[in-house]
Each structure stands twice: as structure tokens, then as C-alpha cells.
Design a protein around this ligand. Sequence first.
Ligand code: SAH
Length: 475
Amino acid sequence: MLLTISTTHFPADDLSYLLHKHPGKIQSVDISAGKVHIFYPEVNQLKCTAALLLDIDPVGLVRSAGPKGNDFALEQYVNDRPYVASSFMSAAIAKAYSSALNGRCKDKPELGDVAMHFTVKLSVLPVKGGEDILRSLFEPLGYQVSATQHPLDPAFPEWGNSRYFTVELSNRLTLQQLLSHLYVLIPVCDNDKHYWVNQEEVEKLFAKGKDWLEMHPAKEIIVRRYLKNQRSLANQALGILLSKDEAEEAVENETTTEIATDVEEPQLRIHELRLHAAKDELLLAGAKRVADLGYGEGKLIKLLLAEKQFEFVLGMDVSYRSLEIAKERLKLERLPEKQLQRVRLIQGSLTYRDKRLDGFDGAALVEVIEHLDEPRLAALERSVFEFAKPTTIVITTPNAEYNVRFADYQEGKMRHNDHRFEWTRKEFESWGTDLAVKYNYNVIFKPVGEVDPEVGALSQMAVFSRRDVTVEKLV
Ligand code: SAH
């Protein structure tokens, strides 16, 4: 496993001072899982490249205190660890480049603070969640990212892509900043079992991330993945890093991700997209009194309340816990009287006719229908379309076809343990069209998220408009 760091800063061979490694020698150090070799494939005043070759000893790995894995019997002998950048690479960086990582440069101390142009190449980096995640981790820190994804097996292109990337990162910064980013973010990309899992790691995370983590838009993912499987440590870290509001949100997210299966959807982003798509449709339809049916944590309600067009927003969810979380999230207790009159949260089930849902001109069901089994879905159809019959109804649900694009796709496995079904575009369109005909609505279908030419977008949306009501659309 190879990591190279190049600079064209003049004189480029200053890099060897910064790294405390002689440019004319090959040097080796031991880490628990194997050996690290450091050498310079090119060194002159115009360009200098330092290579760190991590040679993991697969047998040593089995004997060491590292992660064993328990996915299948021979996993501890047959795994990708020797061939990819993982938390072992961070250990290698910390050991081989320890002075540089701590910002010390013994012979030329002034160099430690100099921002230089660096290019880093990682020959094989596993990235759970794909290129989007990779970019969301490095781009906010100013990196230019170029990534080549490798197929699972070039002989069988139909198997699709693997989670392995060859990655090139360029940026202008100090070497200490660069190494601290790599130290934290390589295991975050990998998101496999890390060999570290103790209290000390929280401290290391803060030490390495002190100047940049707090401002990083993806800090929550970073902390959770870095402290993988250590929920209490992650919460502790988030408690320090995030503001109170953000921390509460993080804990709530955790309760939802807890029951999520391993199939990883770039959840945060796509979920934001769905919520905004639903809000935009309701705005466009000219709706003034709107209902969020199955509001979960109340995220959509928060977005809706920010729009003046919506005079009244009702949230209904079957779960009492949702009610408590949303109340807190929306700070209902602290809202000024006028705002408070615009919103109401109720507990109730969409599978029963409920008079409190009468008289709305817009309703959204964002990622709700797939949580209901067939008889309950039929009951929901009646209570929403036959009895409540809001003028516009926006429904979103996952597009099952897209699941093959997830890094750890398994046939038949759904995105969430609680999903009773996930539909293809055809299935959703057929369901929606029948419903529209039956209850006298027009319907159009839209993708949510970037559209893949073969399998469509991550999520799909149907917008129903009642035929017997003429609305002035706001275009
Ligand atoms: N719309 C939210 C939550 C989606 S999760 C969001 O996009 O973030 C599905 C939600 O539907 C959960 O909060 C669950 O409690 C709610 N739900 C499931 N069955 C329901 C029913 N019969 N009536 C009302 N809400 C229901």
C-alpha cells in the first residue's frame, strides 16, 4: 500500500527536512501490523516525492490486537487490509512522520509554518459511500480531488464497481495540516473496523483535527466513522465539537441510523434533497395550509415554517417519540405566539380516517409509505386520498433500482430494516397512476437526486393534484 507526497515548492527537497527522513536512504520502521518503508522516488530542487510503503504482515495481523472481523470464518486470513489504505495507514503516518505530524522541523524550524503546494497519491483507498463522500470530506478543506474507481473484476464488467479508488489530492497548506487530514480522513473513508477503539482516540482526534474539524461541514460523519462502533465515545466527541442544537440533531440521527441496515445511502444529502423537493412542490402548487404526514423528526416542518407562503403547518406522526423530538427541534416552547399559531403537531395514524386532516391544500408524505405493509397502505390511501383529500399530495419513496449502485449491495436487501417494500420506478408509477384514477387526481412522477441513466435516481416522487380544484399555480 503506497502513499506518495510530492511538492514543487522551491527548493522542493526541503520536504526531506520536514519529514525528518534522509533523501538518500531507504528507511524502515515497524508498526504493530507490519513494516513501513520510506524512500524518495524523485528528489531535486524543483520536485520532491516521498513515498511511504506500508507492508502489512497478514499473519502478524491475525496475531495482533487488530480488528478480526466476524463476517465469515476465514475473514481474518482473507481480507483486503494488506492492500488498502486504512487505519493502519494512519498508524504508519503517525509513526514514520511523527515530527511532521506534530508540526516540528528540527533543522529548519521556520519551514513548519510554510504553506506549500502538495500532491498526494493513494494507490488504493476504500471509500464507503463512493466518490461523493470522498469529495465531501476533502473538498471543504480546499483539496482538488481526482478519483478513479476500480471495477470489482475487470473480467466481469457487469459486476460493477468496487469501493476501491485510486485517489489524487492537491492542495496548498502546511505539511502538518496535510498529514493531520490524512491521519483522520483515511480511516473515515474506509469506514471498516478500525484497530483503535479507546478513549485515547478521542484525544487523538481532537489533537489531529483541532484546527479544522470544528468548521468541517461533514464533521458528524467524520466523528462517527472515526470512532466507529464506539457510540459513547462518538457522542462524547460530538458533544464537545457541536453546538447544542447540532449535538441534539446528531443524537437523533443516530437513533435513525442505528436501525438502518448496512446498505449505505449517502443519507444526509439525499434526505435534504427529498425534503427540499417536497417543500418546493408545495410552494409551487400555491398551498397555504399544509400537512406533513409521518413527519419523523420534524425536519420538513422546520423547512416549511421558514416559508411565509405556508400559513399553517400541521404535522402528524404515529410515534410519540417523534412528537417529543420534533417539539424540541422546533423549539415550540420558545416560539413567539404568532409563530406558534402557525404550527401544530399531533399524534395519529394515517391508517385511520382523521377529521383533523380535513381542509388542507397541501400534504407531504416523505419516505413514509414504504414503512407500511399492504393492508395498512391500502388504509392510508383511503384516509389520505378519499377522506382528507388535500389539493396537492407529494409522496416520495426509495427507487429500488438504484440499490445496485450501493457499494455493499446485496440482492433483496432493503435500505432500512423497517422498510416493508422498495419499489422500482415502474411499480411506483403504476401504484400512483391507479391511485390517481381512483380518487380523481392528476399525477406526475419525478426523480429525486442525480439520475443514473440505467437505474434512475436514488429516490422518486409523485405529485398528485386534485382534478376538481382549480389552483393558481405559482410558476
Ligand atoms: N417524513 C420523515 C420521516 C420518515 S420515516 C422524514 O422524511 O424525515 C417514516 C415516519 O412515518 C416515521 O416517523 C413513522 O413514525 C411514521 N409513520 C409510520 N407509519 C405511520 C402511520 N400509520 N401514521 C403516521 N405516521 C406513520
